[in-house]
Design a protein around this ligand. Structure first.
Ligand code: NDP
Length: 448
């Protein structure tokens, strides 16, 4: 069919790259993929999946705490970080094998080495081999941003956090976004003393303020310390290997581990994009159009490297749409509205659609419905944490524009509710739905 070695060469075997490879191959393309680290990418290897397992592990702390109230007698329970860490690592191995076998069963050739762009239709492998392809897809993802301060080399990122030799006694976390607060919850529940320091006084920027304003005191009540307006200036290492964190104006904070979670930047450094005339955006991202096409007609990009929405399901959709468009004769774009998202804090928050603030900026009449409730499962808990759900509704059409939830299992509930928001259902249609009792989710149809 062509003079090229492959119809498609994918750089990066993460969520977007693997999906694009598989779908392109199913459309008949001859596909190869290069991956310099491990097949599966950030989500599978050192992101969503191992993180969620740690979150599950830490839930046991709360369950064990509440168990005696429900009649259980507990004796001699203890926690073994190494056992958890190794179990998580073995599950990551299993998933990597599953992803690799997906490539194999779709006859996608894979190279376990770094590849860079050598020209519009050629890539160069680290071993020196040059390979040609009719199309190239860049799906190399993003990488943690390391701020510049003295002693930053003593800090770790989410890349290393899964491999700690032991559970740290004291953890300082820089940032108050997704990664910072999810790991703050994990370490706090597992027994570490956790201090979150952030440059501003905001947590989880982008989420509805009603949610974050309620989440913060809950996290504090669980024992997580927060230091706001405290950017790290310096981290010192003592002779015994312990660390001292100088952040903002306050007293230095002693730590055994300092986790930096200050955002992730497209991993385009040294990728050779200039060889195809592609100019990077301000954050190092590859600019693409709605069909994931770069300014070079033979090169596309999907996922975090394009810095649109840094979420796995979005990268998967972009990879799929790319493959259908270029190899399936079925041009497709991805809709970026109504993307549900969640932060696996303890308790978690989840949201879809417009925040109240965003809705008021776009619609002349906005109605807001709120439910501030005590989840039944917390009734016997010493913490007395409350849940909070909020519906943002267009007053003119009655359409639900956004749902924002804080409380146990919020992400599980929100995924189903997001279908209703995506479908454009009205508040009246929510109200017509009979409640499922007793549940937390019933609050969604009981707000008046
Ligand atoms: P976030 O963008 O969520 O948060 C970054 C945090 O770091 C903010 O609190 C920000 O402060 C602070 N910050 C940013 N730049 C600096 C700097 N130069 N110096 C000091 N502080 C800084 O990034 P994360 O690293 O937590 O996560 C990266 C991405 O990964 C997320 O955006 C998300 O897309 C994805 N992710 C998704 C998850 C999920 O879906 N559950 C889980 C984990 C990651 P401020 O806001 O005050 O400016």
């Amino acid at each position: 069919m062509t003079d090229f070695d492959y119809d498609l060469f994918v750089i990066g075997a993460g969520s977007g790259g693997v999906r694009a490879s598989r779908i392109a191959a199913s459309h008949g393309a001859r596909v190869a993929v290069a991956e310099e680290f491990r097949v599966g990418g950030t989500c599978v290897i050192r992101g969503c999946v191992p993180k969620k397992l740690l979150v599950y592990a830490s839930h046991f702390a709360h369950s064990l705490h509440d168990a005696p109230t429900y009649g259980w007698t507990l004796q001699g329970q203890s926690f073994d970080w190494a056992a958890l860490r190794d179990f998580v690592a073995s599950d990551v191995d299993r998933l990597e094998r599953a992803y690799t076998s997906t490539l194999d069963s779709n006859k996608v050739e894979h190279f376990h080495e770094r590849a860079t762009v050598a020209g519009p239709n050629s890539v160069r492998l680290a071993s020196g081999r040059e390979i040609t392809a009719r199309h190239i897809l860049i799906a190399v993802g993003a990488w943690p941003v390391m701020p510049e301060f003295e002693g930053v080399e003593h800090c770790i990122t989410s890349n290393e956090v899964f491999h700690l030799p032991e559970l740290p006694r004291r953890v300082v976390i820089q940032g108050a976004g997704y990664i910072a607060l999810e790991f703050a919850g994990v370490f706090n529940a597992l027994g570490s003393a956790v201090t979150v320091v952030n440059r501003s006084d905001k947590i989880l920027r982008g989420y509805d303020h009603d949610l974050t304003d309620r989440l913060l005191p809950i996290l504090q009540a669980r024992g997580i310390e927060f230091g706001f307006n405290r950017p790290i200036r310096k981290v010192e290492e003592a002779a015994d290997g312990s660390l001292l964190v100088h952040a903002g104006e306050g007293e230095p904070i002693p730590a055994d581990v300092v986790l930096v979670a200050t955002g992730r930047r497209p991993k385009t450094a040294g990728l050779g994009l200039e060889n195809a005339g592609i100019e990077l955006g301000a954050n190092g991202e590859i600019p693409v159009n709605e069909y994931n096409a770069t300014t070079c007609p033979s090169i596309h990009a999907v996922g975090d490297v394009t810095d649109r929405v840094q979420l796995t399901p979005v990268a998967i959709r972009e990879g799929h749409a790319f493959a259908d468009t270029v190899f399936g004769n079925a041009p497709r774009t991805v809709a970026y509205d109504h993307i549900p998202s969640a932060v696996f804090t303890q308790p978690p928050i989840a949201a879809v659609g417009l925040t109240e603030h965003e809705a008021r900026a776009q619609y002349p009449e906005v109605k807001v419905f709120k439910s501030d409730f005590r989840p039944m499962q917390n009734m016997f808990s010493a913490t007395a944490e409350r849940g909070y759900y909020k519906l943002v509704v267009d007053g003119a059409s009655d359409r639900v524009l956004g749902i924002h939830m804080l409380g146990p299992d919020a992400p599980e509930i929100l995924q189903a509710a997001a279908i209703a928001v995506k479908a454009g259902l009205t508040k009246a249609q929510f109200d017509e739905t009979v409640a499922l009792h007793p549940s937390m989710a019933e609050e969604l149809v009981l707000m008046r």
